[in-house]
Design a protein around this ligand. Structure first.
Ligand code: NDP
Length: 490
């Protein structure tokens, strides 16, 4: 039985620094449950003071504990134990995640927790698998490229997948010998505290992973600017990513990994296969987590002949979604994170209709969910390329539909002026798939599927406004190391 009582869960709320939960007298920020809007806890605004304490502790402890200098295999062993503890703690950790985020408990237990543990395990394996290089130089000299940790990595995570995002940031950074100070979103702050506590239980030296709470503007930006932060890893909106990149450049020329927004196309050709199966893939791509995923496939670009059958199936799938509190075992459909996000979804749909769009399914909030923001999966037709629902990242369960006749016309429609995160291509023709894959301006192209698998070896990250660098894969591990060139004469 996975259901739980959200009013009877106890948890820590302050910062987590040097292996200790630090209660605060400075609790200023109210945290709300997305499912029913109830304010259920307060967190501190850590600001420069909390950030300084966390970062200075991290820098001191990564050196004094030997974390940065110990054998990579030792680091790997601790990360493996951490992954085991995450799985053992699945029920409590899962409840914390489901309580405060948009993820229903069954989904968290079946997907989020195993994925979080596996991401940590993947980086445990990376710890001693990648070496530097010996470089061909003159006689009587030896050239080397030696990877080494940066020092303290500043990580900032969003509210849509709090635990996975924390594992994507902490796994590679810690495996590479860095310390980490992480600021979770102020909207979903608690599961990350437990995640860090489990790392220490697994043997991570205290102080090497610290969590600071607070808003992006007053705490996140101080983290980016702190002089002892040597690298920044961020997932969130493109606007905030640009601000972070500017701050990281101005305050110490820090390298950044930025996983940002998207407006990803799902390109369906007439030969894609059975419309019932294709509709399932398309629907998962824009409905999962209430459409609140950077990779959500929110633009359907469909070839004319298959369109009627596909839309018929999509309407049915939209109508099958039912809202439910995230703490109930039978709930499958996510609420929007808060009223601000709800108002954004509502405003963009209304504006899209003013610009000529027509609602084919959904288009409004579910009835009788006044406390939380459960939005009906929405299909918008009659949208031109300039329509705001095609141009802007809505971050809700909204799919725009555009038609095409010729292959090149479809590929052209799939391109976006701002974003280049992902694209889905659905076709049985190898030639069409390859032509689309080569032409699409997207950091990831999925063919005959939509969405990530459990293959952590495949990196993720966007082009253009969708970001810089990669999360996951060995690329994320290597991006947590700087390269020192050495030339020895003998
Ligand atoms: P943000 O990008 O503003 O927030 C993401 C994280 O960055 C949060 O932890 C936030 O803190 C922090 N942050 C905000 N401003 C700064 C700053 N100047 N310096 C350092 N850290 C900062 O996203 P929002 O939550 O405001 O959501 C707005 C829109 O962003 C959504 O509608 C969606 O379109 C997009 N988005 C995209 C995500 C993705 O996965 N690519 C994830 C989340 C949102 P805090 O929340 O505590 O203020």
């Amino acid at each position: 039985m996975l259901s739980f009582d959200p009013d009877n869960l106890s948890f820590c709320t302050g910062n987590y620094i040097d292996g200790k939960h630090i209660p605060s007298n400075n609790n200023q920020i109210q945290v709300h449950r997305p499912s029913d809007g109830k304010a259920y806890a307060l967190i501190p605004e850590s600001g420069i003071e909390g950030v300084t304490q966390a970062v200075e502790t991290a820098e001191a402890k990564r050196i004094s504990s030997g974390w940065s200098s110990c054998s990579p295999r030792q680091r790997g062993a601790i990360l493996r134990r951490w992954a085991d503890l995450i799985e053992e703690d699945a029920v409590y950790l899962g409840q914390l995640e489901a309580l405060g985020s948009t993820r229903p408990i069954t989904d968290v237990i079946n997907h989020e927790i195993p994925f979080t543990a596996e991401a940590i395990r993947f980086y445990a394996e990376c710890a001693d698998k990648y070496s530097g290089d010996l470089l061909p130089t003159r006689k009587n000299s030896l050239g080397m490229l030696i990877p080494e940790p940066y020092g303290v990595v500043g990580a900032i995570t969003p509210w849509n997948f709090p635990l996975s995002m924390a594992s994507w940031k902490c796994g590679p950074a810690l495996a590479a010998g860095n310390a980490v100070v992480l600021k979770p979103s102020e909207l979903t702050p608690f599961s990350t505290l437990r995640f860090a506590e489990l790392a220490v239980k697994a043997g991570l030296p205290t102080g090497v992973l610290n969590i600071v709470q607070g808003s992006g503007l007053r705490t996140g930006s101080e983290l980016v600017k702190h002089p002892l932060i040597r690298k920044v890893s961020f997932t969130g909106s493109t606007v905030t990513g640009a601000q972070i990149m500017s701050d990281a450049g101005f305050y110490g020329m820090k390298p950044v990994t930025l996983e940002l927004g998207g407006k990803s196309p799902q390109l369906v050709f007439n030969d894609a296969g059975n419309p019932v199966d294709i509709a399932q893939r398309i629907a998962r791509g824009f409905i999962a987590n209430g459409g609140q995923a950077c990779v959500a496939g929110t633009r359907l670009i469909v070839q004319r002949a298959i369109a009627p059958a596909l839309l018929e199936q999509l309407i049915l799938l939209c109508q099958q979604c039912r809202p439910g509190y995230t703490w109930l075992e039978n709930s499958r459909y996510s609420p929007l994170i808060d009223s601000r996000q709800g108002n954004k979804v509502q405003r963009l749909i209304q504006q899209s209709c003013v610009e000529g769009a027509e609602v084919l399914a959904g288009g409004k909030r579910f009835e009788h969910t006044e406390e939380g923001w459960f939005w009906q999966p929405t299909l918008l037709i009659n949208v031109g390329e300039d329509n705001c629902a095609v141009q802007e990242e809505i971050f809700g369960p909204v799919l725009t539909v555009q038609y095409f006749d010729e292959i090149d016309e479809g590929i052209a429609l799939a391109q976006h002026d701002t974003y280049g995160l992902c694209a889905g291509v659905h076709t049985q023709s190898l030639t069409t798939a390859m032509r689309s894959m080569q032409s699409l301006n997207a950091g990831t192209v999925w063919v005959n599927r939509y969405g990530r698998s459990g293959d952590f070896i495949i990196p993720t990250g966007g082009f253009m406004g969708s970001g810089i660098g990669k999360d996951l894969g060995r690329q994320a591990f290597q991006a947590c190391q700087r390269q020192k060139s050495v030339l020895i004469d003998f």
